[in-house]
Design a protein around this ligand. Structure first.
Ligand code: SF4
Length: 382
């Protein structure tokens, strides 16, 4: 039995579009983006070409995620252009989840109204913090005032699925201050909350700053405290902690698009640095707008590289990704899809994890406990 070949379910693929522009670079960010917004029109033309390239491999999507970068640097008209092209080359299956990431300082109720009119029905607002000092430290170009105005504008425009991103573990932010941030977030009753631990990626300005000033990110034990406090606080407020960093107000408000990444569902990524996955193959584009434009103008795919995943790689990825989710691993499904009976092959280690209360066996699934989720990345090393 080959990997994934026997899976009878055929969920719809997802479409990701990377908008590779930011007006300034946040201190912690390692995502690909450039400041040359004068290239946006050329980028949009190339993007349409790239959609055409893939129209034989992908026919329809039921989730679309416009990320970046800063997609809210695009005007409503430019976003409408993107959706005209998507509809030209693909079918958007209903009911579709269509998300855009926005920066709080860029938006207004009118802008959100226009997003709704092109079909966007879900927002991800990059709030990160409600504290001006911490926002400044992170190098964000928005303020607390912008955050409050953005949330208000989203609700005024009638957007009913609003997600927010927050960061913890920032220098000068203790657990008490972090809990206040969560309490503040809860006053807006967002449909979705993502809480990310600040990580110091090599070559980022914050990495250099931490090194030069001898500042340290919280140690593992402290990070676990932040994680557990976040989980407790948001679960007490009735949010579902459905993935290590993600919380939804109810089952229907989980990110359908991100779940595809965690379940090896095919997805097409367009734009510089975007990744795609289909038939156990992953490929990704060059992280360079210049090369992207040049290669597409020459009629070529702007590929950086690709890899065919072996059954062992797929098994490991599935373990790694599933043990980060509350749904865990459906053992029968895993066996059918990846050809391994974990209860037999990993019996000793699973018994030890159950004994240490890091995972539970329930209704044929292996589920991480809250303590297990706190160390999810090491659980997958079983
Ligand atoms: S806005 Fe987002 S993508 Fe742009 S630099 Fe900041 S964190 Fe990175």
């Amino acid at each position: 039995m080959t990997a994934a070949s026997s899976n009878n379910e055929s969920p719809q693929p997802g479409l990701y579009i990377h908008i590779p522009f930011c007006l300034s670079k946040c201190g912690y960010c390692s995502f690909y983006s450039i400041k040359s917004i004068n290239l946006i029109p050329a980028f949009l033309s190339a993007l349409k070409q790239e959609m055409k390239f893939y129209s034989n491999n992908f026919q329809s999507f039921d989730t679309i995620y416009i990320g970046g970068g800063t997609p809210s640097l695009l005007t409503a008209k430019q976003l409408a252009e993107i959706f005209i092209a998507i509809n030209k080359f693909y079918k958007i299956e209903s009911p579709a989840e269509i998300t855009i990431e926005v920066n709080p300082g860029d938006v207004s109720a009118d802008y959100f109204q226009s997003l709704r009119s092109v079909g966007i029905n879900r927002l991800n607002i990059g709030i990160q913090s409600f504290n001006d000092n911490l926002l400044k430290f992170l190098g964000r170009r928005h303020s607390k005032k912008n955050v409050l105005e953005a949330i208000d504008a989203a609700r005024t425009a009638g957007i009913s699925n609003v997600g927010i991103d927050l960061i913890y573990g920032i220098h000068h932010q203790d657990i008490k201050l972090w809990k206040r941030t969560l309490q503040k977030a809860l006053t807006f009753a967002p449909e979705h909350i993502s809480c990310y631990q600040l990580s110091l990626e090599a070559k980022t300005p914050l990495h250099k700053k931490y090194g030069a000033e001898g500042i340290k990110i919280p140690k593992e034990e402290q990070q676990a405290k932040f994680f557990l406090a976040t989980s407790e606080e948001l679960e007490n407020a009735s949010y579902i902690h459905y993935e290590v960093s993600n919380f939804a107000r109810n089952e229907n408000l989980k990110s359908r698009h991100n779940i595809k990444y965690w379940q090896h569902v095919p997805y097409l990524g367009l734009g510089p640095a975007a990744h795609s996955f289909l038939n156990n193959k992953r490929w990704w584009n060059k992280p360079s707008v210049k090369n992207y434009l040049r290669e597409i103008a020459q009629g070529k795919m702007p590929l950086e590289n690709s890899e065919e995943l072996s059954i062992e790689q797929l098994q490991l990825e599935a373990l790694f990704l599933s043990l980060r989710t509350k749904a865990g691993i459906d053992l029968e499904r895993y066996k059918t899809k990846y050809g391994t009976d974990l209860l037999v092959d990993k019996k000793t280690i699973i018994d030890a994890l159950v004994k240490n209360k890091l995972v539970e066996l329930s209704n044929g699934s292996l589920l991480p406990t809250r303590a297990g989720m706190a160390v999810a990345d090491s659980l997958a090393l079983i």
